[in-house]
Design a binder for this molecule. Structure first.
Ligand SMILES: *[C@@H]1O[C@H](CO)[C@@H](O)[C@H](O)[C@H]1NC(C)=O
Ligand SMILES: *[C@@H]1O[C@H](CO)[C@@H](O)[C@H](O)[C@H]1NC(C)=O
Ligand SMILES: *[C@@H]1O[C@H](CO)[C@@H](O)[C@H](O)[C@H]1NC(C)=O
Ligand SMILES: *[C@@H]1O[C@H](CO)[C@@H](O)[C@H](O)[C@H]1NC(C)=O
Ligand SMILES: *[C@@H]1O[C@H](CO)[C@@H](O)[C@H](O)[C@H]1NC(C)=O
Ligand SMILES: *[C@@H]1O[C@H](CO)[C@@H](O)[C@H](O)[C@H]1NC(C)=O
Ligand SMILES: *[C@@H]1O[C@H](CO)[C@@H](O)[C@H](O)[C@H]1NC(C)=O
Length: 403
């Protein structure tokens, strides 16, 4: 046996011990600093030792051993095996795979953008991150050139399937099933920076506001709950969403999902029977959210929707008559990057408030993420000069009035 493999086996034994220790002595370990408890998210766990933390990522089965930089362990321990990677924390710097939609708003809420030194693409929906790119604080790196990614203490990615080098950490917020579970991934990132306190505080603020809005929406007076359809058109087929977090948003906003009452999900617009069925269902729907991908989001309007639906007589469509046909591409950067995949993930209370307004309009509220095609509403183009914040301070979550 080579010295190298002996080293790895010793390493594995240590880590197996580290991972099992939580079962035997958690109560006796004196932890330095503050800790985060994962309350809602299903796909990761954090365990705390005296000088280290272990994050178990349930999405890719990997464990990240986070070692405090001021300890002896930091100098002598380093892992990069298929299941275990080590990082010295707090990270001195990091980069993010923004080519595959990384929600940088989580870094803004933590006040960590100053340590983000590289991004693989400027396709981000954050005015302030764009501003920092413009000022040269964040470099563009080429994600397909591995040597450009190695200088960073961590490279955060959100695409589980891609090749993962030793410094890659997989941020899988969007794999969760509810809006709050997705938002709680702020604690995952906070752990890499010893920012547990900030992460806990942001999540609590978001969650309290979200739950308060849910409660108020549930108490709204209504004869029937408005019926909502999230639907998408691709290659001649319309389908209703199966994504659980979207269905959850509708329930929490006081609406009802069309999916609850139908068993068929996809409709081929070249098939007359399908068209007939789809027509009938749409006659029962109060609100439609058209999720259809378009390379020209700005030009996507009500006529585009009706053309894709291919039903000539839409006189029974309540969402057309009552003007409630929406898309979630209102905040968009450079015609491509949607804030729906960024800020909406970290601050779901904003999405919920939009949906409550969509279902129970008061008229004196401007939605953040959704635009109404039926009223000809256009997009808001995200530009660096819209950044109003001093970037050395963290972004505070928005707390919406809840009465
Ligand atoms: C832990 O949180 C408290 C506030 O609750 C803060 O004053 C303290 O600085 C934090 N400790 C560390 C090590 O971050
Ligand atoms: C990134 O690197 C790849 C491989 O070296 C190259 O083909 C590509 O042109 C580079 N992209 C940019 C934007 O420089
Ligand atoms: C990131 O931090 C490491 C130390 O952990 C340092 O060696 C490296 O030069 C830094 N890289 C960048 C791009 O700032
Ligand atoms: C839709 O229906 C048409 C006509 O029956 C058929 O040719 C086409 O393959 C169907 N499309 C899909 C994606 O099933
Ligand atoms: C439009 O909305 C009003 C009030 O919400 C409702 O009474 C009416 O039935 C709706 N009309 C259609 C066609 O859905
Ligand atoms: C906008 O997108 C185009 C094409 O996708 C790209 O060439 C250009 O660099 C982008 N501009 C900015 C300011 O991001
Ligand atoms: C909504 O936006 C419009 C146009 O920007 C503005 O005039 C109006 O004051 C806004 N309303 C609210 C309630 O913020």
């Amino acid at each position: 046996m080579s010295a190298g493999s002996g080293y790895w086996i010793r390493g594995l034994i240590t880590v197996v011990w580290l991972l099992s220790w939580k079962n035997i002595g958690a109560a006796n370990v004196k932890v330095q600093g503050n800790i985060s408890k994962v309350e809602d998210a299903q796909n990761y766990h954090i365990y705390y030792g005296q000088t280290f933390k272990v994050i178990k990522n349930g999405v890719d089965g990997k464990s990240y051993l986070l070692i405090q930089s001021d300890t002896r362990m930091a100098g002598r321990t380093r892992y990069c095996t298929p299941r275990i990677k080590s990082f010295v924390i707090p990270l001195s710097n990091f980069s993010a795979d923004t080519t595959n939609t990384f929600p940088v708003s989580f870094f803004e809420l933590l006040g960590l953008v100053g340590s983000m030194k590289g991004m693989t693409s400027n396709s981000v929906a954050s005015e302030c991150v764009l501003k920092w790119v413009g000022e040269g604080e964040i470099s563009m790196i080429n994600g397909t050139e591995p040597q450009q990614l190695t200088p960073f203490a961590a490279h955060f990615v959100s695409n589980v399937d891609q090749f993962q080098a030793c410094n890659f950490a997989n941020f899988a917020a969007t794999g969760e099933n509810t809006p709050l579970q997705r938002a709680e991934w702020i604690k995952f990132l906070g752990a890499f920076a010893n920012l547990e306190n900030r992460a806990n505080q942001v999540y609590k603020t978001v969650k309290d506001n979200y739950l308060c809005l849910t409660k108020v929406a549930g108490a709204k007076e209504k004869t029937f709950k408005p019926i909502v359809a999230w639907m998408e058109y691709q290659n001649g087929i319309w389908s209703f969403t199966k994504e659980l977090y979207k269905l959850k948003y509708v329930e929490d906003a006081g609406g009802e999902n069309v999916d609850a009452s139908i068993s068929k999900i996809t409709y081929n617009i070249s098939n007359p029977d399908d068209i007939e069925d789809l027509h009938a269902i749409l006659c029962t729907v109060d609100v439609v959210i058209d999720e259809t991908y378009s390379s020209d989001a700005v030009g996507y309007n009500e006529a585009t929707f009706l053309q894709n639906i291919n039903i000539e007589d839409y006189s029974c469509f309540g969402f057309v008559t009552n003007q409630s046909l929406w898309r979630y591409d209102k905040r968009i950067q450079n015609l491509t990057a949607l804030d729906w995949f960024d800020g909406a993930v970290s601050q779901p209370q904003l999405v919920l408030a939009d949906l409550i307004q969509i279902l129970f309009p008061t008229g004196n509220y401007n939605t953040t993420y959704f635009r109404n095609l039926a009223k000809g509403e256009g997009v808001v183009s995200i530009e660096p000069n819209m950044c109003q914040r001093d970037m050395s301070t963290p972004l505070d979550p928005t707390v919406l009035p809840c009465t």
